[in-house]
Write a protein that binds this ligand. Sequence first.
Ligand code: PGA
Ligand code: MG
Length: 223
Amino acid sequence: MFPWKLVLFDLDGTLVDSAADIAEAVNRTLDELGHGREDEAMVRSWIGLGARVLLDSALRHAGSRAGVDETLPRFMAHYEACLLLNAKLYPDTVETLAALAGAGVAISMATNKPERMARVLVDAMGIDGYFAHIVGGDTLAERKPNAMPLLHLAALHRMPVHDTLMVGDSEADAGAARAAGMDLVLLRHGYPRDFDLDRAGAVAVLDDLAGLPALTKPPIVTL
Ligand SMILES: O=C(O)COP(=O)(O)O
Ligand SMILES: [Mg+2]
């Protein structure tokens, strides 16, 4: 039996491969400001802490004199326009969500993507029916790596943290799970910045989502 009763999924880099679209939005913004384009690998390293941090990283890297606050509205317009250009689910996403739901596991989403965009993307990918609740980077006062989104979702589900699993790809996910006292599973196919997935205290680090439903909890070792 699957050891957790609630699974909280990250979105970008965990369920949806969205880096190309995020890179395009960054590049359209940089173009307008008269800066050169960045390659996707560089943009990937800026994803994970929400749209504002992403834009701030891009502007700094470009040596831009434009401020984040003044540039954010047009970046968000590009972000929205590019949201569905190339986005695709990682292999086995639907099968994994279906297997968990079929096993009676509750499912919600904790993403740092702005909530409205997360909902558009989740709808377009056809997986909206699996998520009881979606918390975005702008939904609450704090976002990952703060524990607030995870604890908020566990509370909505009336689920104790020890029955809840966070599944993500980045340091923000690991930090939030640690702060919330929840178990963590990491996916290698995402955008982990300078982050050693194998040393983040995860129950498991998976190459793909297909391995998730078969996971077991490691025994608690008492010394
Ligand atoms: O938009 C971001 O910065 C990251 O989004 P995620 O939390 O779904 O990975
Ligand atoms: Mg992510």
